[in-house]
Ligand binder design. Sequence first.
Ligand SMILES: [Mg+2]
Length: 217
Amino acid sequence: MLFEWSQIDRVFLDLDGTLLDLHFDNHFWLEHVPVRYAEKHGLDHAQAKQILHGKYSAASNSLNWYCVEYWSRELQLDIPQLKHEVADRISVRPSVESFLQYLHMHGKRVVLVTNAHSASIAIKMNKTGLDRHFDRIITSHELGYAKEQSAFWPALRNVEPFDVHRTLFIDDNFQVLDAAREYGIKNLLAIRKPDSRGADKQHESYVLLDSFEQIMH
Ligand SMILES: [Mg+2]
């Protein structure tokens, strides 16, 4: 067994790529935004992709990367509207609903801890209804740091006090897991296949879950 449930009283869960299929976000940023950006600025598709690649790289690992308002401004596109256009691709990963029910049945406090912007969360919760399963939803935007940043974790502890030994954190982003580990969170799990149409991930030090069924015992 990876950990003892009796030693865990709180579970922090990431949203995109952990509870939801990352296919939506990958499709949105890598396929849909380039189409609309090319239309808006009179570019061909390859040019649009190249320009966007540069803009994405410059913003990665910062709160801006996750900020709908930043991208609406930077790209001069209505990002929430564009998300609505492809919202039928939003989907919950396998066994997520039963895992969330399992956590509640066992008396765990369940907190969504996400870098997603509130506008994105609203679209995704409206589509999936997952919000009813959380005791609390915390976004990095309200704390002022992305989860990848070391300052995020003490800021989280200020608003949601937790014991690093009695908290389980599950996320598909290794840089986020590194920051959580450096802060001292002991029970960490990663996701093998965040995007159902993408490749399996590999990591030498994190356990990668193939399914939440593995930890429902
Ligand atoms: Mg994620």
